[in-house]
Design a protein around this ligand. Structure first.
Ligand SMILES: NC(=O)c1ccc[n+]([C@@H]2O[C@H](COP(=O)([O-])OP(=O)(O)OC[C@H]3O[C@@H](n4cnc5c(N)ncnc54)[C@H](OP(=O)(O)O)[C@@H]3O)[C@@H](O)[C@H]2O)c1
Length: 321
């Protein structure tokens, strides 16, 4: 089967399509013929070889040359212990090495939303699970709360705006000029163009701030936080090539010591329950993936360059087959 591999760290030029062995289905596994995947900053960090990515995956070259996490496709075979899927089922989920024609998946797989394409479904797993877990589990979002999403126009942000709205919040999205209309069309009640207006000087107070862009200091964020607000850090600017977003996260955590607001950072976890929750929300018309562009597998490097600009509008998808 074909798969995108990288044997050294570096720019998207290190990505190569190679023939590799098709995975065997395990007793507890589901063998998926992948139709589409999507790109996320995690893949970008792995590819360039941030120090924090090299620690688990090899200091000088990647031990695991596979890339990708999100997938949507069709079940080709199931293991002897699997009773909840059968060949022909349309599924989606998360599994490392998803820039490949086949995946053997164990846990993070669920029935695909029936009302969207494979390309749209592949845009969902990482970004929407991160938004859901950030708002619901770490942000403890409540209906009627004022929620600010800093970084509303990217993969995670476009889902965060819609999920926060679906959960009954009054949502403010922060993005650049070119994305203001899109963020409003996703349901944001208010949109702040960060190139024209400083949201930290708005005089507003938010009950929950989800920080996807990581563009400001704690002192600035604090100005717009209600005394008992939750502040959830999801990401940061890509400027630090050694420890990536960790520098920003540590700075915020340290600066916020002793504050009345609760500051949290988390790493999203794939799981079937959340994939099912998101599927139900998509099928109910409460959220939909915002896909900016679809690339073919041979253009994976171009897709990664696009993501690397830091200005994706929603999700960037790869068609595998
Ligand atoms: N903690 C976790 O488990 C987890 C999971 C997934 C992702 N992440 C992190 O979350 C971050 C975003 O991921 P993503 O998939 O959404 O990335 P993405 O699709 O590349 O989106 C990046 C977005 O950031 C916006 N942006 C850039 N500068 C900004 C600024 N100064 N103010 C506000 N928005 C700004 C851009 O919008 P404009 O073009 O309008 O500027 C763009 O839409 C990354 O750091 C990623 O590593 C964390």
């Amino acid at each position: 089967m074909k798969a995108v591999l990288y044997h050294s760290y570096g720019s998207p030029d290190v990505l190569k399509i190679e023939e590799v062995e098709k995975p065997a289905v395990t007793e507890d596994g589901v063998l998926v013929r992948v139709h589409a995947s999507s790109v996320n900053p995690a893949e970008w960090y792995g590819m360039v070889g941030l120090l924090i990515a090299r620690a688990p995956n090899g200091l000088f070259k990647p031990k695991d040359p596979r890339l990708g996490a999100d997938f949507a496709g069709v079940v080709e075979a199931v293991g002897s212990q699997v009773t909840d899927f059968k060949p022909g089922d349309e599924v989606y989920g998360g599994r490392s090495g998803a820039f490949a024609e086949y995946l053997n998946v164990r846990n993070a797989v669920a029935r695909k939303p029936a009302n969207i394409s494979f390309e749209q479904a592949a845009a969902v797993p990482t970004a929407a699970i991160t938004a859901l877990q950030g708002l619901r589990d770490h942000g403890k979002i409540q209906s009627g709360q004022k929620v600010l999403i800093n970084g509303a126009a990217g993969g995670v942000g476009t889902f965060a705006v819609q999920i926060a709205k679906a959960l009954g919040a009054e949502v403010t999205g922060v993005c650049s000029t070119q994305n203001v209309d899109m963020v409003r069309s996703l349901g944001a009640d208010h949109v702040i163009d960060y190139t024209k207006e400083d949201f930290t000087q708005s005089g507003q107070r938010y009950d929950l701030l989800v920080d996807i862009a990581g563009s400001r200091t704690w002192k600035e964020y604090k100005r717009v936080l209600a005394p008992n607000a939750n502040f959830v850090i999801i990401g940061a600017q890509k400027s630090n090539l050694v420890i990536g977003p960790l520098g920003h996260i540590l700075k915020i955590k340290l600066a916020a010591l002793g504050a009345s607001q609760k500051v949290s950072f988390f790493i999203a976890q794939f799981n079937r329950a959340d994939l099912s929750t998101l599927r139900d929300m998509i099928e109910a018309g409460k959220i939909k993936p915002a896909v900016e562009k679809i690339y073919s597998l041979k253009d994976t490097a171009t897709a990664m360059r696009h993501l690397g600009t830091g200005h994706a509008r929603g999700k960037i998808v790869l068609v595998i087959k």
